[in-house]
Design a protein around this ligand. Structure first.
Ligand code: F6P
Length: 552
């Protein structure tokens, strides 16, 4: 067996970054801006309709150069080409990761095991086009002949978060013929609240599941089918009201969904990377196929940018390597996603799965235990709301939390000076995080308000804002299908780059299997299917007892 490659932390490029962090430990970004009037222009990059200001980071030219040297030492260019070319970059499952093929609007073939997959990708898009057109025009209607008014998408994880994010983010592009609903949770309240709001005669159900074995999705789909049959629908009508998107057509058939109502998925697309596939059917139904194709085109433009732009000007690479800089050299445990756009409220949730299910790993691709930090906790929320919730901790807390601020230059809803105010809020936060407020500035401010020197001296320490808190600002002209596609693809590639540096398999998710297995065992015990005591711990046993004591 070939000797294991040198651990990441023993690479000279890693050592260089360790030294650079030490040299910058007491440096404040205020000084970096003061020393270099061109800083904002130099640390600014553009691609696929997005613009990145990364000047409010604890970096110098030397740091940036060292980060890119680490990326090259980890063979990032080679690993990137391997992904685009369909090599089995998902090594533990021996599969390619070809979400890029789903939006490959170019003419290039993409080979999987020597076979060009683009014809079936194009064929599926054509089927989606026909299907969505038939539903939207009323050519395809419900069992009483009425047009569909509601689409209920049943799925979880990547079969839910991506479609929901994009459907919400593109609300200004909805044609208005259909209302979209998303059901994910096994909590009965989720599906009950949706079924209470729709009419079986005019509701189309999409069962979205790559495996068609996900308990939450199957249970919810059974409830939907029973509800449909109990409210006027007949077995013969199931075909007209239930459609599946899955890589497991046989299981969909056993559920009662005919082959002609199954849209395919492929095992070379991961769930959290699948909104570009037929899993995006809810999106296409709500905004129309032309807008869905514009979304794909935006992602494809970001693919071209990522694949062909020098690392130093490459948006996914810059954002990824800055994340490595803070995670591995400054001890940052989390990363905040702060979209200053009402329509992007669900972006942090989608990026949580994308990033944390991809890089929340503790062994390398070849199974060696990792001694350094890997994927951070991804969290966030929409701005400016967060300023009245958790920004206090960002400004005066003890933790270093790098943040991505995302904002369009133009709003879909130009109400008064709202957008100017939103933009000013966004910039005020990144500026305050960077510059902060010194004690001298606080004292001067309090004196100007007429406070006595003694009172001011008492209060000033509480008004000091340390600053030196890093942020990126991502700007786009307007939130459109194209810029949204580019934005999501940007984060997909950011996640990939970090996985390359940390040497993890970013495309498997073995960590979720144990919970699923234990869930089945505990459910069986709760339902009395296996009366002998489980091997569970005393806490779990006690809580099972509490639950069973309340069962009717
Ligand atoms: O959480 C595990 C997971 O497999 C995710 O990776 C996936 O997006 C989700 O469950 C749903 O899986 P499926 O689409 O197969 O129902």
């Amino acid at each position: 067996m070939a000797p294991a490659p040198a651990p990441l932390t023993s690479r000279p490029q890693w050592q260089a970054l360790t030294e650079l962090q030490r040299s910058l430990a007491t440096c404040h970004m205020r000084d970096l801006f003061g020393q270099d009037p061109d800083r904002a222009q130099r640390f600014f990059a553009e691609g696929a309709g997005l613009s990145l200001d990364f000047s409010k980071n604890r970096i110098t030219d030397e740091v940036l150069s060292a980060l890119m040297a680490l990326a090259r030492a980890c063979d990032l260019p080679g690993r990137t080409e391997a992904m685009f070319l369909g090599e089995p970059v998902n090594e533990t499952e021996k599969r390619p990761a070809l979400h890029t093929a789903l939006r490959n609007t170019g003419a290039d073939p993409v080979l999987v095991d020597g076979r060009d997959v683009m014809p079936e990708v194009q064929q599926t898009l054509a089927r989606m086009d026909t299907f969505t057109r038939d539903v939207i025009t009323g050519h395809r209607s419900g069992f009483t002949g009425k047009r569909f008014t509601d689409v209920v998408s049943i799925g979880i994880g990547g079969s839910y978060l991506g479609p929901r994010l994009v459907s919400e983010a593109l609300l200004p592009y909805h044609h208005g013929q259909l209302r979209g609903h998303f059901v994910a949770n096994i909590d009965g309240s989720d599906i009950t609240e949706v079924l209470n709001r729709v009419n079986p005669e005019t509701t189309l159900f999409l069962v979205q599941s790559k495996s068609f074995r996900t308990q939450e999705t199957l249970e919810n789909s059974r409830v939907a089918r029973d509800w449909f049959l109990a409210n006027g629908g007949a077995e013969r009508d199931i075909a007209g009201h239930f459609v599946a998107v899955t890589a497991n057509a046989s299981e969909a058939g056993r559920f009662g969904i005919r082959t002609e109502n199954v849209f395919p998925m492929w095992d070379w697309v991961g769930g959290r990377y699948s909104l570009w596939s037929a899993i995006g059917l809810p999106i296409a139904l709500l905004v129309g196929m032309d807008q869905f194709r514009a979304l794909l085109a935006g992602a494809h433009d970001m693919d071209l940018h990522f694949r062909h732009t020098p690392l130093e000007r490459n948006l996914p690479v810059l954002m990824a390597m800055l994340g490595v800089w803070y995670s591995n050299f400054w001890g940052a445990d989390t990363h905040a996603i702060l979209p200053y756009d009402h329509y992007l409220e669900s972006l942090p949730s989608h990026l949580q799965q994308l990033d944390m299910e991809s890089n929340g790993k503790c062994v390398t691709r070849d199974g060696r235990t990792i001694s350094y930090q890997t994927g951070p906790v991804i969290w966030g929320g929409v701005g400016a709301n967060g300023q009245h919730a958790y920004h206090q901790l960002l400004h005066q807390g003890t933790r270093l939390i790098p943040a991505d601020f995302i904002i369009p230059l133009r709003s879909h809803n130009p109400v008064g000076e709202h957008h100017a105010s939103l933009f000013a809020n966004c910039l005020s936060q990144t500026r305050a995080l960077m510059a902060g407020k010194t004690e001298a500035e606080a004292l001067e401010e309090l004196a100007a308000e007429g406070m006595s020197a003694g009172e001011a001296a008492e209060l000033a320490p509480h008004k000091v804002i340390p600053g030196n808190k890093p942020s990126n600002t991502l700007v786009m002209d307007k939130l459109t299908p194209h810029t949204l596609g580019a934005l999501i693809a940007l984060y997909e590639h950011r996640t990939f780059v970090q996985g390359v540096i940390w040497d993890v398999d970013s495309f498997d998710q073995w960590g979720v299997e144990l919970g699923k297995q234990m869930g089945k065992e505990i459910l069986d015990q709760i339902l009395g299917n296996n009366p002998e005591r489980s091997q569970a711990d005393a806490s779990t046993e006690h809580l099972i007892g509490l639950f069973r004591s309340k069962r009717p």
